[in-house]
Design a protein around this ligand. Structure first.
Ligand SMILES: *Cc1c(COP(=O)(O)O)cnc(C)c1O
Length: 397
């Protein structure tokens, strides 16, 4: 089910998806800079304000009672201050507005991390009595672990993309896929999977592609999840998660977030909103470098296989003929660390780190072997990066 092609065969794209503005829609790059900032000029501000309040004063507790009732019942807080930070925060709200616009979704709901976001989605479905999940491997290691361990009371059926429709049961509440997938960069046909889901919501983890390369809502996904920790923040200094979806599902997510508390800190919301402004520029620059590194790796005899997605992007995975651990030990400019999507280049060994929590047999079956390395390409010069990789590969033969 690995839909990535070997670089040699692919003549891969190094251009990004073209998001031309529709009649009523502005270009992605314009939205990235302006969405969530529409009211600033009216406020007499240029930079978005950072509201760190945990609580908000009110002398009218009758009105507050009615607002809290309404929020608990609907997941919508009416006009007025936020009451208490767990119900919502205006700085985080700006990030949510921006991300929803970039994904072409009605709404977005932000959480403390990508895993908190996924947990909230599962809790919404489990609370509705729909505890069965259909999922395609590979997924990010901890997403796989959360489903496999059934920590929230869900039950998972793992399938190939072609097996989605047959695996759906009356109690199926969610279909979960990643494309390109972490860490093999396997891609799947989102439109076909969305069709196979019928009325069951499809959640696409779009962390690797970002809305710059792929907008799953346009392919029929009802939920789009991001580990905002990665490309949306983009600088390796903020942990966050977000789900872009229709307003109806967003209301359920806000109710769960209010009751379970996995809120995004306002400073994180501020940094993530700022990160959105440069997301298209960062993705394009890093993707161009990644495509060139993928090309060179594919031509290198010390590398047996390169995975680089058809849609492009800044992630490259590759299998070495020598000892993968020695490549990790050999890099000097590139940082040997888990995570991805930062301005600097990171490399890691999925079988040891990001996918360690997945059982070895399941890992192997999903293509995560001992020889596989996953690299997140940053904004350094391509020759400096290649020089470092070349030396590290030389130390590993
Ligand atoms: C990192 C990651 C997650 C988890 O996000 P956190 O912010 O670390 O909780 C989920 N999905 C993918 C694809 C990831 O790479």
């Amino acid at each position: 089910m690995d839909s990535t092609r070997d670089i040699e065969a692919s003549g891969h794209r190094d251009t990004l998806a073209d998001h031309r503005p529709g009649p009523a829609r502005r270009a992605l790059t314009t939205e990235a800079v302006h969405a969530g900032r529409e009211d600033l000029a009216g406020l007499g501000l240029h930079a978005p304000p950072l509201d760190l309040s945990t609580t908000y004063p009110s002398y009218d507790s009758r009105t507050e009672a009615a607002r809290i009732d309404a929020f608990a019942a609907t997941g919508v807080l009416d006009e007025g201050p936020p009451v208490y930070a767990r119900l919502g925060n205006p700085t985080v709200g700006r990030f949510e507005t921006g991300l929803a616009r970039l994904e072409g979704a009605e709404s977005a709901v932000a959480f403390a991390s990508g895993m908190a976001a996924l947990s909230a989605v599962l809790l919404v479905r489990i609370a509705a009595g729909l505890r069965h999940v259909v999922a395609v491997r590979p997924l990010y290691g901890c997403s796989d672990h959360l489903l496999t361990a059934g920590l929230l009371g869900s039950e998972v059926t793992w399938v190939d993309p072609a097996g989605v429709a047959a695996a759906i049961r009356p109690d199926t509440g969610l279909v979960l896929v990643e494309s390109p997938a972490n860490p093999t960069l396997a891609e799947l046909d989102l439109r076909a999977v969305a069709h196979a889901c019928g009325t069951v919501p499809l959640l696409v983890d779009n962390t690797f592609a970002t809305p710059v390369l792929q907008r799953p809502v346009e392919s029929g996904a009802r939920l789009v999840l991001h580990s905002a920790t990665k490309y949306l923040g983009g600088h390796g200094d903020v942990l966050g998660g977000v789900v872009a979806c229709d307003e109806e599902f967003a209301r359920s997510l806000r109710q769960v977030r209010f009751a379970t508390g996995g809120v995004l800190h306002p400073l994180a919301g501020y940094l993530l909103h700022r990160g959105l402004a440069t997301l298209p520029v960062r993705m394009r620059a890093a993707a161009a470098t990644a495509a060139e590194l993928a090309r060179r790796l594919a031509a290198d005899p010390r590398v047996s296989r390169v995975h680089y997605p058809r849609i492009g992007g800044a992630m490259v995975s590759f299998e070495v003929t020598g000892e993968a651990h020695e490549v990790i030990a050999g890099v000097r400019l590139i940082t040997p660390a888990v995570s991805l999507g930062s301005v600097d280049t990171l490399i890691q060994h999925p079988a040891s780190i990001s996918h360690r929590v997945v059982a070895e047999g399941d890992r192997r079956a999903a293509g995560v072997g001992e020889k596989l390395l996953r690299m997140s390409v940053g904004l350094e010069d391509v020759e400096d990066l290649w020089g470092d990789l070349d030396a590290a590969l030389g130390a590993a033969v």
